[in-house]
Write a protein that binds this ligand. Structure first.
Ligand code: FAD
Length: 492
């Protein structure tokens, strides 16, 4: 049975973008709530949410080709793209609310307008992109998307991707001017700093949640270790959110809830090539996404990204997959082994055997030398030079595996796992990730507090996010919402 009353004492595990978003939502929905956040690192937002640990793409489906699969009949299905674009508009309205209500001082600290492009070559992929553009540009969310097969036009958008190509090579690109590059680490820190300054939450860094025990009164006893002093303490909570990023599976297993037993995870490390040649960096200004290789998981779609981090412009390409048994970049090499038990070993192994394409892809990726990575980069930047690029470790992702009728099934999206009574929830998976954190956290609340979300909380959510629950086919509504978010977040 779900809890009907407002939660009063809440513990959030981890200080990443998900917990930051949920903290502020809960505080606005129930101002008397007591929120305690525990973060095991000595700083905030430094795991997957940190700028160079992710690609910083405001995922709005403008450029990500894996959100628009082509069916056997040749038609391009844009359903997923619409769904992700809706969630990103929701995030933008929420961030606009945060700027207007003094939770974020200056939007350019975390968000920059950066055009989003898709780029393909070869007859088949050009045909696909043309069809994708035709389907998408009919929808109000994508109506400003431009398309071209012309070298000269593409050169105006992103000169380096066509320079050095054979005349007559078949290429195509789409261009969306209102794309964004986002520093999710900075956004996390801004939100938590404001909440702390306003006295609305308590947040303790260097505090690791070690265990979760269900008490007879229905509350959770959260065992926390102060990593500096070595002392332990227990906090009682009537709602716990596991926002531990890649570490969420381990905390979920500690809770012992039956819903968690169906899940396991496989870590996939990430790596970027980062450009150190200022001339190259300054000649490119866009996020350019291509098509994934066969077997590649959706999050490994290659892209060439302009980033502006702490005011400094940079250019990165990737991600490449690397092997690691850690669930967090700052995690332990034992993470994967700790997560395997008698209950999940069978479906985890079956998943590996049933996904040989992915296994083959990962092995090939792990074997790549830097020179081979630069060869892949040359597909996007024909004149790339080995000496202009260095390798840098990105964040760690944990690929979610769910048990379904005895078999392990790979899940590529975000999974919210919660107990039947709604007293605990965990967020697993990292795709589309931080961009859709607002919708993900609204989904957590809807799953755990359906009555409240249907009644008293609904009005407050609408107050913060006017577009919430509206019809996104309504061109006027999208135009009005974007006029506001573009202006407040300085996207135009
Ligand atoms: C290579 C890569 C590229 C990506 N690109 C994008 C992108 O372009 N756009 C996008 O929107 N998303 C992207 N993502 C996904 C995005 O980074 C994540 O979805 C998002 O940052 C997850 O936020 P989080 O708060 O859940 O986790 P995190 O930011 O990882 O925060 C979890 C926190 O929990 C802490 N923690 C863990 N266990 C415990 C414990 N037991 N006790 C206390 N604290 C604990 C950790 O130290 C960490 O600080 C990418 C991810 C990767 C890895």
């Amino acid at each position: 049975m779900k809890m009907e009353k407002q939660p009063q004492e809440v513990v959030l595990i981890g200080a990443g973008i998900m917990s930051a978003t949920l903290s502020i939502l809960l505080k606005k929905l129930n101002p008397s709530i007591k929120i305690s956040v525990f973060e095991k690192l000595d700083k905030i937002g430094f795991e997957s949410s940190e700028a160079f640990n992710n690609a910083g793409t405001g995922h709005s489906a403008f450029c990500e080709l894996n959100y628009t699969p082509q069916g056997k009949d040749g038609n391009v299905d844009i359903t997923k793209a619409i769904n992700i674009a809706k969630q990103f508009e929701t995030s933008k309205e929420f961030w606009t609310y945060l700027v207007e209500n003094n939770y974020i001082s200056s939007p350019e600290n975390f968000l920059r307008k950066t055009p989003h492009m898709s780029f393909v070559w070869g007859e088949d992929d050009v045909n696909f992109l043309r069809k994708r553009h035709a389907a998408m540009s009919k929808h109000p969310l994508f109506k400003d998307m431009l398309y071209s097969e012309d070298f000269e036009q593409i050169k105006k958008w992103a000169p380096l991707i066509v320079t050095g190509r054979q005349a007559g090579e078949k290429v195509a690109a789409t261009y969306m001017d209102i794309g964004t590059d986002i520093n999710f680490g900075e956004l996390t820190r801004e939100i938590f700093k404001s909440l702390q300054q306003k006295g609305e939450i308590t947040l303790e860094t260097s505090h690791e949640v070690k265990d979760l025990t269900r008490l007879s009164n229905g509350k959770w006893a959260v065992k926390v270790k102060d990593l500096k002093s070595g002392n332990n303490k227990a906090i009682n909570a009537d709602f716990v959110f596991i926002g531990a990023g890649g570490g969420a599976i381990l905390s979920l297993q500690k809770s012992g809830i039956p819903e968690g037993k169906k899940f396991g995870g496989f870590p996939v490390g990430g790596q970027w090539l980062i450009c150190q040649n200022e001339e190259v960096i300054n000649s490119h200004f866009a996020k350019v996404y291509g098509k994934a290789k066969i077997g590649a998981p959706p999050m490994s779609v290659p892209h060439l990204d302009t980033r502006v981090i702490n005011g400094k412009k940079s250019l990165l390409f990737g991600p490449f997959a690397v092997f690691s048994t850690k669930f967090l970049k700052e995690g332990s090499n034992l993470d994967l082994f700790k997560s395997v038990n008698l209950g999940n070993v069978g479906f985890l192994m079956s998943c590996g055997l049933n996904n040989m394409d992915l296994t083959k892809y990962l092995i090939e990726q792990v074997m790549l030398s830097k020179a081979q990575k630069v060869e892949s980069l040359k597909e996007y930047l024909p004149e790339a030079r080995l000496e202009d690029w260095f390798e840098q470790t990105a964040g760690q992702r944990v690929q979610v595996i769910e048990e379904q009728t005895g078999k392990g099934v790979l899940k590529f999206g975000t999974e919210i796992v919660s107990s039947a009574d709604g007293s605990i929830a965990a967020l697993l998976g990292a795709s589309p990730g931080a961009s859709t954190s607002v919708s993900a956290m609204i989904n957590v609340l809807t799953k755990c507090f359906p009555e409240l979300m249907n009644n008293e909380w609904k009005k407050e959510i609408k107050n913060m996010i006017p577009i919430f629950g509206e019809d996104f086919n309504n061109a006027e509504l999208i135009a009005n919402s974007r006029a506001k978010t573009n202006s407040v977040l300085k996207i135009k």
